[in-house]
Design a protein around this ligand. Structure first.
Ligand code: GDP
Ligand code: IMO
Ligand code: MG
Length: 464
């Protein structure tokens, strides 16, 4: 039930006696609340990341006021192609190419100040009013060079079971957050507090470098000086994100939350331990921003028309060599952050159904439909076979998932270009059937379809 309906079902808000006046007041309330503030949307990846979230955010930004990143860090790479130019966002929300919007980096994000400042400079050079547009939570945790070094050293020390991290220090920074020794943006901006916390952290990390990894130490003085300079530059952007956003909601501003990574990389609901270190699922939007769940109206999951994964870990529908090369080339499946080739496979409805359920998706956006345009036949994984058993639920044990073999359903391909379509009924009938089959398997409507990397190559369906 929409928030406004719930509100009205609890009784008459204004105590008016006359039915007419009550109806008028209801209409006015709905006009104000339902058409603006009631559309606070969370966008999340429903596979292993790189689903095209950046593009979807850019498309939806027109109807939003504040764009919010709530987890992850500059391990994310979100691509937007607008007016022939490519932009890759890492920490800054992907909607900021639209003028007049605010982009907030929430408390759940881990922030490398150097990476953030570089990204701000790049956008400024392209005419974005960064000074006004970018806000940074005072509770976000800060990534230091020792986190990056630990990330790389820990990966090197894993004999089997490498995760294939991006090497950006994301995991070690979240470790410090949970261990309660992390340094937050507010600490960074309070010089004496910062000096004491940094000293403690550098001493401890140097002990690890020396005793565990036989690696050279970090210099406290050099770190203190460089981070003090970053703090001065970031200070004008720092806000208390929870109260900033709660005030915005109270004033009817529309929020658009941009998930990073994807559900199968979520620390709790993903293919643990082959995951990232944050909650990439919809619940993370609340904990990572300070906006309560009651203020969220809609959750949109983003899936590719097939599946990709970068880094290690099971991928049940992974293609063999020939199809891998074909789809990787056609879909340009190379990481936006690290440039690594992405592993590709058929659409996995077991994975997507798991994602729809843990995120509570109201609907889905399907991207990269055009990449399948030439395929004579298309497969959808509808279940897994583990020995004699057939599973339709995503297994939580990684060992079991690694043993699972996909059960496929085949559909005819459309062998026609879809890149010019601007309505569902302009898609070839086989493409319509493919999407309708996905809706039936996943139990949610598809409300947005993307058939090319450009901003214009996307349309909302009647089920938006
Ligand atoms: P994100 O991390 O989820 O934002 O996704 P990435 O930006 O890492 O990867 C998605 C890639 O697919 C980018 O190169 C986009 O430009 C591209 N892309 C997005 N939507 C489409 C689409 O519908 N068709 C094609 N061919 N490319 C798309
Ligand atoms: P976006 O937001 C795809 C993967 C890494 C690795 C694992 C852990 O662009 O979808 P980390 O550095 O986070 O500790 O690495 O997570 N990974 C991503 N894969 N898209 C991403 O982001 C990713 N961010 C992290 O490859 O397997
Ligand atoms: Mg990406």
């Amino acid at each position: 039930m929409p928030r406004s309906d719930r509100f009205f079902s609890m009784g008459t808000p204004c105590g008016e006696k006359s039915a007419e006046r009550r109806a008028k007041s209801l209409a006015a309330f709905k006009e104000r609340v339902v058409s603006s503030a009631a559309m606070n949307i969370v966008v999340v990846g429903a596979q292993w990341g790189d689903e095209g979230k950046g593009k979807v955010i850019d498309v939806l930004t027109e109807d939003a006021d504040i764009l919010i990143r709530f987890q992850g860090g500059h391990n994310a790479g979100h691509t937007v192609i607008a007016d022939g130019e490519e932009f890759i966002f890492h920490l800054i929300p992907s909607g900021l190419l639209h003028p007049g919007k605010i982009g907030l980096i929430g408390n759940g994000v881990v922030v490398d100040p150097e990476a953030l400042l570089n990204e701000m400079e790049r956008l400024k050079a392209r005419g974005i009013d960064i000074e006004r547009a970018v806000k940074l939570s005072d509770q976000a945790h800060v990534i230091f060079p020792y986190h990056k070094r630990l990330d790389v050293l820990e990966e090197g020390a894993r004999t089997d079971g490498r995760i294939g991290t991006t090497g950006r220090g994301i995991g070690p920074c979240y470790v410090d957050k949970v261990a309660r020794c992390g340094i937050r943006v507010a600490d960074l901006c309070a010089e004496q507090v910062f000096a004491a916390k940094l000293k403690q952290n550098v001493t401890e990390k140097n002990r690890l470098f020396k005793l565990l990894y036989h690696a050279p130490p970090e210099s406290y003085d050099a770190l203190f000086e460089s981070y003090r300079a970053y703090a001065r530059r970031l200070q004008p952007h720092v806000v208390n994100s929870a109260s900033f956003l709660q005030d915005a909601v109270a004033h009817g501003k529309r929020l658009l939350f941009e998930g990073a990574q994807g559900t199968l990389l979520d620390i709790d609901h993903g293919t643990y331990p082959y995951v990232t270190s944050s909650n990439a699922t919809a619940g993370g939007a609340c904990t990572g921003s300070g906006v309560p769940p009651t203020a969220i109206d809609r959750i949109l999951g983003v899936v590719k028309a097939y599946t990709t994964r970068v880094g290690e870990g099971p991928l049940p529908t992974e293609f063999g060599d020939a199809l891998m090369q074909r789809i990787r080339t056609r879909g340009n499946e190379f990481g936006a952050t690290t440039g690594r080739p992405r592993r590709c496979g058929w659409f996995d409805a077991v994975v997507a159904r798991h994602a729809v359920r843990v995120n509570g998706c109201h609907s889905l956006a399907v991207t990269k439909l055009d990449v399948l345009d030439e395929m004579p036949t298309i497969q959808i994984c509808v279940g897994y076979r583990d020995g004699r058993q057939t599973l339709t639920e995503f297994p939580s044990e990684i060992e079991r998932l690694s043993r699972c073999r996909p059960v496929y359903e085949s559909l005819p391909g459309w062998r026609t270009e879809t890149t010019e379509a601007s309505r569902f009924d302009e898609l070839p009938v086989e493409a319509q059937r493919y999407l309708q089959r996905l809706e039936a398997l996943l139990g949610v409507p598809i409300s947005l379809i993307s058939t090319g990397s450009k901003r214009e190559q996307a349309f909302k369906t009647a089920r938006w």
